[in-house]
Design a protein around this ligand. Structure first.
Ligand SMILES: [Zn+2]
Length: 408
């Protein structure tokens, strides 16, 4: 990859950055707080936020593209700020947040609240802090492009439905492929405490629906027990997970250094004295970038076919439906990639890392865009009650953006 950033930058401006305070600017905070007040829980529309961000960027002259979901209630925004002779950098984040249902918050999750150097709100870390800083810096990027310090545009990618399986961004990426967009790289601002993250596992979800035959429990010979066959599949998946834990080639960059499988949900049966007709199970699989999700899934479906044959020997009604619900590719960048070197320079974090959670980064890489993850806040604070981002993290993110505008 060619990095399109000029190497020269005004030394005095850069020196100012090094001595900058550890609190974010009031203007960036205002932008973050504006984003937080849009309730963009994944199940609801995100159009309020998207249209607001589109207007903000269009007012600066950005060219924008929206890609909608089938209902028209949700959209991705892709915006390009400025022109340049070289491919530009994409700043990417998802607009949706996880629900607050059943969580005990000390503050109103949609009312940004600052306590002890932390900004508390749903989405503060994941990931409206990053988006707010990036959107606030749009005029700075534009000035840099107009002044020739940046000779490439800056792109914004804001997606929907990331939290429910990286659903939305796929439409945005298909659109970028269709128009032939060439980008120098992509920075996904998920909360990494501003450490460049170069790899994450692939995330895959499966559903299994076992159909048996109902019968009085005293006549086991007249029914096919859906729960018992589902249980065999659950045990098979656990055995497969144990095999990977014992034998897969390790990648010690990850906390759990091998691919994992687990059963997360199981539903079946109506009463102890009824042979259950149905059982539904949901599985999750996290693969190392080097592993083949397809091969592992094939082992599971082969076993399901064998179980189904056994069920049919008991009764023709026996049937197992397997569904691969969603899949998000892993990310595997290298230390030597220009995008990784750039992120290290911008963040002043030399050490890169790997994470087990999935992000949209793998999907950007999949269409040929070099991608790294780097954003303010800690993933440990995301998704739970009292989500927060430290103000110092937001200040670091501001300096990251300013270095980007200065050409690092
Ligand atoms: Zn996120």
């Amino acid at each position: 990859m060619n990095t399109r950033l000029p190497t020269s930058s005004p030394a005095s401006a850069d020196a100012d950055l090094e001595t900058a305070h550890d609190i974010p600017s009031p203007e960036a905070m205002a932008m973050i707080e504006r984003l937080i007040t849009f309730d963009t829980t994944s199940r609801d529309s995100n159009l309020g936020l998207i249209e607001w961000a589109r207007d903000h960027l269009e007012n600066l002259g950005a060219r924008t593209r929206l890609t909608y979901d089938a209902t028209g209630a949700k959209a991705n925004l892709f915006a390009t700020l400025g022109e340049g002779s070289k491919p530009g950098m994409i700043l990417s984040g998802h607009t949706d947040t996880v629900p607050v249902d059943g969580q005990e918050w000390k503050t109103d999750p949609f009312m940004p609240t600052i306590v002890d150097g932390r900004l508390y709100a749903r989405g503060s870390a994941d990931m409206k802090g990053f988006l707010g800083v990036a959107l606030h810096r749009a005029p700075v990027f534009l000035d840099a492009i107009n002044a020739g310090r940046l000779d490439a545009p800056i792109h914004y990618s804001l997606s929907y439905d990331e939290e429910i399986g990286c659903i939305g961004v796929r439409g945005l990426l298909a659109d970028l492929e269709a128009i032939g967009l060439v980008a120098a790289g992509c920075i996904v601002g998920e909360p990494t405490s501003m450490q460049p993250i170069i790899a994450h596992k692939g995330t895959h979800r499966f559903r299994c629906h076992v159909h048996g035959r109902e019968a009085h429990s005293s006549y086991t010979t007249h029914g096919v027990n859906a729960i018992e066959y589902a249980a065999k599949l659950v045990v098979f998946i656990r055995d497969l997970a144990d095999r990977l834990a014992a034998t897969e080639v390790r990648d010690f960059g990850f906390n759990v250094p091998y691919s994992t499988l687990s059963t997360g949900v199981i539903h079946g049966g109506i009463a102890a004295n009824v042979i259950p007709k149905e059982c539904k199970v949901q599985f999750d699989m996290r693969t190392l970038p080097s592993a083949s999700a397809e091969a592992l899934y094939a082992e599971i479906t082969d076993y399901a076919r064998k179980l189904e044959a056994d069920m049919k020997k008991e009764d023709a009604a026996g049937r197992i439906e397997m569904t691969w619900e969603s899949s998000t590719d892993g990310l595997a960048a290298s230390e030597n990639d220009a995008i990784v070197q750039l992120a290290r320079k911008l963040s002043r974090h030399d050490e890169t890392g790997k994470v087990s959670y999935g992000t949209e980064a793998g999907l950007f890489q999949q269409i040929g865009i070099p991608t790294v993850i780097c954003g303010p806040g800690d993933i440990a604070q995301a998704h739970g009650p009292d989500e927060f981002v430290a103000l110092e993290q937001l200040a670091q993110c501001e300096r990251f953006m300013d270095r980007l505008a200065l050409g690092a």
